[in-house]
Design a binder for this molecule. Structure first.
Ligand SMILES: [Zn+2]
Length: 296
């Protein structure tokens, strides 16, 4: 009996959630099953959509004005795509379309209505050096140049998956659940917090949260010393305010590889790691990414 209760508890807690959607079809090669997985449907979350047997010849998803590619993992046995619920998405119904074509000629477009829920984001007051709130023309020029450089990286989508299993927290320390926080710097400039912060002493090792390719390293005005890793499928992780960068642009890193050391470079109030993600150029919550069902 105890065993049965335990199994029931595990089943209830299994990834996917009780309201995750499943789509079904019947092809000449056998049944088609499309499953989904997400933490919840509030702003900042990621939806994983998996096409299970038969292997499709083509699959796509459309959500809002974005079209998403499917990529394969597990040796081609599983096809998936990741959809971003952006910080600006409005609560209420939104239509998601998923199209699949199979080698036997089967083709179908499924429509699912997702109800985006409200998510309250706290407001935080922060005090930083005035140079981060009152930008001189030269600094403004630098900030705009860096924004363009960083966005170009996030828009170059790799149509394959480079990750190995699920994502890990990249550094030891106190992880704050502060994605999306509305920030007032010196009581004036508003911005949204596009990641989570891990409080750790200066010089703590920062590790790649998953395998991928280092697509950008450098010193940026707000992010300080930064590393960006491309994991494929439009998903990138970023690590900011580092005191040292220990990887080179273009290198492939394994999950857990040391890529830098924590610090307080850029707009930081003290040593910590800022850990963020972009999916199709939209900031998404690292704690939602941690929920992706990629354990081997
Ligand atoms: Zn941060």
């Amino acid at each position: 009996m105890k065993k049965l209760i335990l199994i029931m508890v595990i089943a209830w807690c299994l990834p996917g959630g009780v309201d995750a959607f499943i789509l079904k079809g019947e092809t000449h090669q056998g049944p088609l099953r499309i499953s989904s997985h997400y933490r919840d449907l509030s702003p900042g979350n990621v939806i994983a959509i998996m096409v299970e047997s038969p292997v499709p010849s083509k699959a796509w998803a459309q959500f809002g004005d974005k079209r998403y590619h499917f990529v394969s993992r597990a040796g081609g046995r599983s096809w998936f795509t990741l959809i971003d619920l952006g910080l600006a998405i409005s609560p209420g119904p939104h239509v998601l379309r998923v199209g699949v074509a199979c080698p036997d000629g089967y083709e179908k477009t499924f429509s699912v209505t997702l109800t985006v829920t409200q998510r309250p984001f706290p407001v935080k007051q922060l005090t930083v050096d005035d140079r981060f709130t009152v930008l001189s023309p030269d600094v403004l020029k630098r900030v705009l140049r860096e924004k363009k450089e960083i966005e170009a990286v996030y828009l170059a989508i790799t149509p394959s998956w480079l990750g190995e299993g699920g994502f890990d927290v990249p550094s030891r320390g106190v992880l704050r659940d502060n994605f999306g926080e509305k920030r007032l710097f010196n009581g004036e400039v508003r911005s949204r917090h596009r990641g989570v912060d891990i409080g750790s002493p200066q010089g703590t090792e920062v590790r790649a949260s998953n395998a991928g390719r280092v697509v950008l390293t450098g010193n940026f005005y707000f992010g300080g010393n930064t590393v960006i890793i491309d994991h494929g499928a439009g998903l990138f992780s970023n690590y900011c305010h580092l005191s040292a960068i220990l990887v080179g642009k273009g290198s492939l890193v394994e999950k857990g590889a040391v890529i830098g050391l924590t610090g307080s470079t850029g707009r930081a109030t003290g040593p910590h790691l800022h850990w963020g993600f972009r999916l199709y150029n939209e900031p998404v919550d690292p704690l939602s990414v941690m929920h992706l069902p990629f354990e081997e």
